[in-house]
Design a protein around this ligand. Structure first.
Ligand SMILES: CC(=O)N[C@H]1[C@@H](OP(=O)(O)OP(=O)(O)OC[C@H]2O[C@@H](n3ccc(=O)[nH]c3=O)[C@H](O)[C@@H]2O)O[C@H](CO)[C@@H](O)[C@@H]1O
Ligand SMILES: C=C(OP(=O)(O)O)C(=O)O
Length: 453
């Protein structure tokens, strides 16, 4: 298995470019299933394992999809299969997002039950409650969930118990083709929901209120494929903003949108980091600054994102004093704490809170990414650690960070990716490599992994 070896102690400087958002592109690709006419063309698509997985899911459904030069072209105009196998849902929970579009367009969808994962049990009851409210019959058995409706789904009033991102996405995709009006209350307000609604509206849907707590959808009879450019990845951007703070550097995060990152900007500012929003990105300057300890509580947007919790924890270890991070979104998202302790961190977990005592002089050692963001956070800690930090578990990082090694090297970090024999892997995911490495994987009907490993 590959590893990333980070040589700590290098000051970072310059510009780092943000890729298209993983969490926006996945629902957008799933929504392309709704295009009964024409091709969908999705631009700024990052070359990530999760993207390759969702393309494989679509191919399994008989959708035509190709990925070239950051653009995915999708044709879903013909009759499709309506079953998504465990193979893919197990690999990536977001595969469950094909359920709403399949149910809306073909009146049936069967998707493997996702099961638990490293950050929590992650049920999908709110998705299913939404489908049922729209008139579908939902049954569970043999590890699958099946939803069926005779004729069209019917518009309904739905209240989500939790503002779930996935449930909001699945239900708006289903309701887009329902007969009549659907009003969903207590929905997720994340920027990725707005991006999905913009894409669906361009396809011909009538969705209002995305980005607020209530979404109203007038169902239409048909949607057509269109071009759409995915928003920049606010979590990747936030990870690099935290990298600037953690290494006490001055970095420009190209493409980052301030409006999507206010909870992080507020915390960094509170800590004493200089953050300046500019037209084409965000400047983050922590050079020569003595940063302050702060408390952080993760919440649904516009609260502090759980997907930046591990990275923030790494940063707070480098600050003098006591900080508390409270994780309210996922019940088990502190698995990385044990790995940070291996690097010398002084952290105690009590219930849903991590009590951090700084300053930690991080020491390089062997650590394992327990999930995607934990992996990125360990790399960040490695940037300031004494000696070498060897991060394994890269299958998590490959799900969500495009070219992380090359990008960090571009701003002065010293790190490399090595294979099991210790040979350096020099690659940027160039278009040629996407074609060479990924295209064959996409043509295989079912392939366990499309990673580079
Ligand atoms: C692909 C994608 O976009 N993933 C993001 C999405 O995940 P995802 O859409 O899975 O996250 P949700 O917003 O659905 O989950 C939030 C919380 O609600 C619970 N829940 C969710 C649905 C449900 O039916 N019942 C239920 O109890 C979950 O277990 C969790 O505790 O939002 C999360 C919260 O911002 C992010 O961490 C993920 O990166
Ligand atoms: C938790 C994440 O993703 P997913 O919902 O796909 O597991 C994430 O992006 O940090």
């Amino acid at each position: 298995m590959d590893k990333i070896i980070v040589h700590g102690g290098k000051r970072l400087s310059g510009r780092i470019k943000v890729s298209g958002a993983k969490n926006a592109v996945l629902p957008v690709i799933a929504a392309s299933i709704l295009g009964a006419k024409g091709n969908s063309m999705i631009d700024e698509v990052p070359a990530l394992d999760d993207v390759f997985t969702i393309i494989q899911v679509l191919k399994e459904l008989n959708v035509e999809a190709s990925f070239q030069q950051g653009r995915i072209t999708i044709n879903a105009t013909h009759e499709l299969q309506t079953e998504a196998s465990y193979e893919f849902v197990r690999k990536m929970r977001a595969s469950v997002l094909v359920m709403g579009p399949l149910l809306a367009r073909f009146g049936k969808a069967k998707v493997a039950l996702p099961g638990g994962c490293a950050i929590g049990s992650r049920p999908i009851d709110q998705h299913l409650k939404g489908f049922e409210a729209l008139g579908a019959t939902v049954t569970l058995g043999n590890g699958f969930i099946e939803a069926k409706v005779d004729g069209r789904l019917q518009g309904a009033k739905i209240y989500l118990d939790i503002p779930s991102v996935g449930a909001t996405e699945n239900i708006i995709m289903a309701a887009a083709l329902a007969e009549g009006t659907t009003v969903i209350e207590n929905v997720a307000e994340e920027p990725e929901i707005v991006d999905l609604a913009n894409y669906l509206n361009a396809m011909g849907a009538k969705i209002r209120g995305a980005g607020t707590g209530t979404i109203r959808i007038e169902g239409v009879e048909e949607l057509v494929g269109v071009q759409h450019t995915v928003i920049p990845d606010r979590i990747e951007a936030g990870t690099y903003m935290i990298a600037a703070a953690l290494t006490r550097s001055n970095l420009f995060i190209e493409g980052a949108i301030g409006h999507h990152l206010y909870p992080l900007i507020a915390k960094l500012t509170e800590m004493g980091v200089e953050v300046q929003e500019q037209e084409d990105g965000i400047q983050v300057n922590a050079e020569g600054k003595k940063l302050k300890a702060v408390d952080v509580k993760t919440l649904p947007h516009p609260g502090f994102p759980t997907d930046l919790q591990a990275q923030m924890l790494a940063l707070l270890c480098t600050v003098e004093g006591s900080s508390v991070i409270t994780e309210t979104v996922f019940e088990n998202r502190f698995m990385h704490v044990e790995e940070f302790k291996r690097m010398n961190a002084d952290i105690k977990i009590e219930g849903r809170s991590a009590f951090i005592k700084g300053v930690t002089p991080f020491k390089g050692t062997k650590v394992t990414a327990t999930d995607l963001r934990a992996g990125a956070a360990l790399i960040l800690a490695g940037l300031v650690a004494e000696g070498f930090t060897e991060v394994s578990g890269l299958q998590h990082i490959d799900r969500g960070y495009e070219d992380i090694v090359q990008k960090l090297m571009g701003i002065g970090a010293q790190l490399e990716r090595v294979d099991a024999e210790g040979r350096t892997k020099h690659f940027t995911v160039t278009e040629a490599e996407v074609e060479k490495e990924i295209a064959p994987a996409l043509t295989a009907a079912v392939k366990p992994s499309a990673s580079f490993a």
